[in-house]
Design a binder for this molecule. Structure first.
Ligand SMILES: Nc1ncnc2c1ncn2[C@@H]1O[C@H](COP(=O)(O)OP(=O)(O)OP(=O)(O)O)[C@@H](O)[C@H]1O
Ligand SMILES: [Mg+2]
Length: 395
């Protein structure tokens, strides 16, 4: 039965009709027959416009009939054309924190547990289509010559892609930031830390102390940092240096977001954290937030900045304990300034950093995250011990 015959029979579209109608509308948009400006402010504007187009298409086909256009149909066409297809559903799910695609298979992490979804793509071309959309949004290239792509998705999640022949399969890894709506109080309520630590964190923020948040990958460092940054007084200049725009402060009027940029075919110069830190010092920021300290030069420059009166700064670092976080900072800084002694660097660190927080995730036997917690919170004394070591006072 043809689509026309089917539509004449009923005013409700069935799944098959919807699919065919969807591809009709998609083809027209893609071929430019409908001028569809994609610079909308919000997704609902997007949807409204699409609804009108679908309606037009139906009216053209069957001028005398009225059809019911379901919200699901509009949503489906929307995510097929502009979004990331099957990934969309999980990007919107507040309980999903990570999505992994490996060739046609997909795995998600929901409420801390890995869930294997099986082969959700019919063929590898569909996966490459998604990569194309991510690529188009990022204005970056991924191909045989540069088989990696690290970028943020249109809704702010962090995405990295590796393709063969560097890897055995196509791998897409997405870290979703669905907890950015959290406040520090929310984290307290879900028992990420106790009342004593809660009030201490607030005291440190208000007192413009420099805080390092440490922990393993995915332990919640960026999420905690973001909730802390929300408590910074609104009238301060805040410079945020990060690789992808994970930290966002909607309520603060004086936020300067600075993002690093890797070298690519379109831009032959790399912009590193240290370059942005250097600029930050000239911008007279009241607070500096470094999303994650990664390289030796920026570790050293951050310490210098903190040492020269930039108080109230936060940053995160990968480490296995509070002490380990300080030692990692020391190693990074020493790498940059090998002519300085370890003791001098330690002195600089103890004068620059006021507190270290260490996050740990409780996991079950299958590495599923059960809970994220502040395992340690320690204040760092300004002076080293007689033996030249850091003096940490654990709360
Ligand atoms: N307390 C929490 N409860 C539930 N989910 C959380 C919590 N904290 C963070 N998350 C979620 O867990 C994921 C990892 O958090 P986040 O990115 O903050 O970790 P991270 O330590 O900064 O990771 P990375 O080392 O990769 O930068 C995110 O999707 C975040 O939304
Ligand atoms: Mg992080």
């Amino acid at each position: 039965m043809s689509l026309q015959e089917r539509l004449n029979e009923s005013k409700v579209l069935n799944a098959n009709d919807e699919n065919r109608l969807a591809s009709l509308v998609k083809d027209k948009i893609k071929s430019g027959k409908y001028s569809f400006n994609t610079d909308f402010e919000s997704k609902s504007e997007f949807k409204d416009k699409l609804f009108v187009l679908i309606n037009n298409e139906l009216e053209n086909l069957y001028p005398s009939l009225k059809f019911f256009i379901s919200d699901e149909l509009v949503e489906k066409i929307l995510s097929d054309i502009f979004g990331l297809g099957i990934l969309e559903k999980y990007l919107q799910d507040r309980e999903v924190t990570d999505i992994f695609v490996q060739d046609k298979e997909m795995i998600i992490i929901k409420n801390g547990s890995k869930i294997y979804l099986g082969e959700v793509f019919d063929n590898i071309e569909e996966v490459y289509l998604i990569i194309d959309r991510i690529k188009a949004h990022s204005n970056k290239i991924i191909d045989q010559r540069i088989p990696f792509l690290s970028t943020d998705l249109y809704e702010g999640s962090r995405c990295s892609i590796v393709i063969p022949p560097v890897s055995d399969k196509v791998y897409i890894s997405i870290r979703i930031f669905n907890c950015l709506d959290f406040s520090l109080e929310d984290l307290f309520k879900i028992e990420m830390f106790d009342e004593k630590i809660y009030s201490k964190i607030i005291e440190l923020i208000v007192g413009k102390k420099n805080i390092i948040i440490s922990g393993a990958m995915g332990s919640g460092k960026t999420t905690l940092l973001n909730t802390m940054a929300k408590l910074i007084p609104r009238n301060e200049f805040i410079n945020i240096i990060q690789d992808t725009p994970e930290i966002r402060l909607k309520e603060h009027p004086y936020v300067r977001l600075l993002a690093t940029r890797s070298r690519s075919r379109e831009t032959d110069n790399e912009i590193n954290q240290d370059k942005l830190l250097f600029e930050t010092l000239r911008m007279k920021a009241d607070r500096i937030i470094v999303g994650e300290v990664r390289n030796s030069m920026s570790a050293y420059q951050l310490l210098q900045a903190l040492n020269t009166g930039h108080n109230g700064s936060f940053s995160t670092i990968h480490a296995d304990s509070s002490l380990d976080a300080l030692l990692r900072l020391e190693i990074l800084a020493l790498e940059y300034k090998p002519n300085l002694s370890s003791k001098v660097i330690k002195k600089i660190i103890s004068r620059s950093i006021d507190a270290v927080i260490f996050l740990e995730s409780e996991t079950d036997a299958n590495s599923n995250i059960l809970k994220r917690k502040i395992k340690e919170m320690a204040l760092l004394e300004k002076e080293l011990s007689e033996g030249g070591e850091f003096k940490l006072e654990y709360l």
